[in-house]
Design a protein around this ligand. Structure first.
Ligand code: SAH
Length: 571
């Protein structure tokens, strides 16, 4: 819950805007400001104070306890110009909340946490638990001092700045990346990869303390960290067993379950008859931990409650790091048509692969230390292979493409190369047909297709057959790759096929460099288009027989019966 506190009439207006925007998420604290702050501080995870930072600091000072438990606090000034992350920037979520508040109130977000301010990832923003001398090591990372990275494996982390290297000589600090327990010095921190899967079995009614105690002992005795536990795993029949469910919840990890049939196919060192009789598989703990492969670090062990038989078993497996490939569409060109998710993925990557001209488009968004592997036009397959190979090595890779990276772009060659040993994430982008349509009006209001006229990789007969089918079916067509210096006859030929089924006055939209600085667009007609005005930076959208030019815009009706039949249809 987010507590909102204001002192003045102007503050109350801004406060009410936030309350209206976030119903159910906020609670308004009224009355004298000091008491309001005290109550909100005790009751909420986060506070937004419509007060000066100075006043807020004085009110908060006596209440502060500890970075780990204090709420995150954001201040908004009287004029509503700034949202300031005051307290709990990372742990309390105040930096993220500041961005959200700024969005709703249209003010400038102010974040002063060192690592965010200079684009260096704070150790606590890398998506992994971190412990040890976090502040000292973060400081060294930020100051550019040599920091030694001691990693057990390659994990798909965001880029670390260049002063963090395995071979750092005279290191001022050490950053470990391991699931093993370590004796840490005063300038050492450790990131905990989510590498451990704990398989658990339990008889009906096994107490949570018995299950949790067993898991904790097993992990500790093996010299491992509980913070590296990625998940508990068990058999489907135990998916609702309270001791297991509660143990997962107290560890803050998901519970994954598998069918007895799947578990019985897994080779395990210690099968037994008891689970076979009870749930139909000779192993629960070992098999469930081993389903995704990995190294069995702790074979099946049983709990040892005093005075009665054991009710729980567990086994621990270390799984190999899995690299991450994000296939990211950058949109047609304009920065504000790059989605926030695409931006996040670019900052999530440590390796960026793409065509040089697209890399230039987003270079400023990358974290310092990102490895950039750029290549020229035509090297698609090589780019795809490089991206997959990097992910296979365990890195977090972003493979970029303009528009949508899955539309006549890198996603298919990359995924054709990829096996299931890497994680793949797709981020959609605004493809050229959509960017162009928004400029032209509403040409895609009814069924539409995209057809690439490039016959470099597709035989012309195939392209022609598809153009003919679209022509016969009266579908709106957007041509990608319509014409280049060496390919000039394909567009007139394709337009000719459409003209066999559509009148010469059929509207045709030509958009060049949509959303780029030299954008241009033209609305013409099928019988009037001069193909010489079209090049590779252009898409050409040909209307269907119902498409009209209305007030200079290209409009394809939703359908002939739209006016009467629309009542039950969603937009
Ligand atoms: N993945 C891209 C398409 C790559 S194919 C996307 O989803 O948009 C390359 C063709 O896309 C170009 O020849 C051109 O026809 C079209 N194109 C890409 N960006 C464009 C833009 N900003 N304006 C107009 N056409 C564009």
């Amino acid at each position: 819950m987010i507590g909102l506190i204001s002192a003045t009439a102007a503050g109350a207006v801004a406060r009410d805007r936030l309350a209206a925007a976030w119903p159910g998420r906020v609670r308004v604290y009224e009355g004298p400001v000091r008491e309001a702050v005290e109550r909100a501080f005790a009751e909420c995870d986060q506070l937004v104070c419509f007060l000066a930072t100075g006043a807020t600091v004085r009110l908060l000072a006596p209440l502060l306890a500890d970075k780990a438990s204090d709420p995150g606090v954001v201040c908004v000034d009287e004029a509503g110009r700034f949202a300031v992350s005051l307290l709990g920037g990372h742990g309390g979520g105040a930096n993220a909340l500041t961005a959200e508040v700024a969005e709703v109130l249209s003010c400038t977000p102010v974040v002063t946490t060192a690592t965010d301010a200079v684009g260096v990832p704070g150790l606590d923003t890398l998506g992994l638990p971190v412990e040890g001398a976090v502040a000292t090591v973060s400081r060294a990372v930020l100051d550019g001092s040599p920091v030694a990275l001691r990693a057990d494996g390659v994990w798909p982390l965001p880029a670390l700045p260049p002063n963090v290297t395995p071979a750092a000589a005279d290191a001022a600090a050490t950053l470990h990346l391991t699931d093993r327990l370590l004796e840490l010095g005063s300038a050492e921190a450790v990131l905990r990869p989510k590498s451990l899967i704990v398989g658990v079995g339990a008889s009906k009614g096994a107490p949570v303390d018995e299950v949790l105690g067993l898991v904790e002992d097993a992990i500790r005795d093996a010299g491992l960290s509980l913070l590296s536990v990625a998940a508990l795993a068990t058999v489907d029949a135990k998916s609702g067993e309270p001791g297991i469910v509660e143990a997962a919840s107290r560890l803050g990890v998901p519970l994954t379950t598998y069918s007895a049939e799947e578990l019985s196919r897994i080779e395990v060192p210690n099968p037994s008859d008891a689970p076979l009789d009870a749930v139909g598989t000779p192993s629960v703990a070992e098999a469930a931990a081993l389903v995704g492969g990995g190294e069995l670090l702790v074979p099946k062990r049983k709990s040892s409650p005093e005075g009665r038989a054991a009710m729980a078993t567990c086994a621990v497996v270390r799984r190999a790091p899995r690299g991450r490939l994000a296939v990211v569409g950058l949109g047609p060109g304009a920065r504000d048509l790059l989605t926030p998710r695409a931006k996040d993925e670019l900052r999530r990557a440590s390796v960026l692969v793409g065509l040089d001209q697209y890399v230039d488009q987003i270079r400023d968004l990358l974290r310092p230390g990102t490895t950039v592997l750029e290549s020229g036009l035509g090297a698609e397959e090589e780019r795809a292979r490089t991206a997959v190979a990097q992910a296979r090595e365990g890195h977090a890779v972003a493979l970029i493409g303009s528009g949508d990276a899955g539309v006549y772009a890198m996603a298919s060659p990359a995924l054709a190369e990829a096996a299931d040993d890497i994680e793949v994430v797709g981020v959609p982008g605004v493809t050229a047909a959509l960017a162009a349509a928004a400029i032209l009006g509403a040409p895609l209001g009814h069924d539409h297709v995209s057809i690439s006229l490039s016959d470099l990789h597709t035989p012309w007969e195939v392209i022609e057959r598809r153009v003919r089918a679209a022509a016969e079916a009266d579908i709106v067509v957007t041509f990608y790759n319509p014409r280049s210096r060496g390919r000039d006859w394909q567009l007139p030929k394709a337009l000719g096929i459409l003209a066999e089924h559509r009148a010469p006055h059929t509207p045709v939209g030509v958009v060049r460099n949509a959303s780029r600085p030299d954008e241009s667009s033209r609305l013409t007609a099928l019988g009037a288009l001069d193909p010489a005005t079209v090049d590779m930076m252009t898409v050409v959208t040909v209307g269907n027989t119902a498409t009209r030019e209305i007030a200079g815009r290209m409009v394809t009706p939703r359908g002939y019966r739209w006016q009467t039949a629309s009542a039950g249809e969603a937009e």
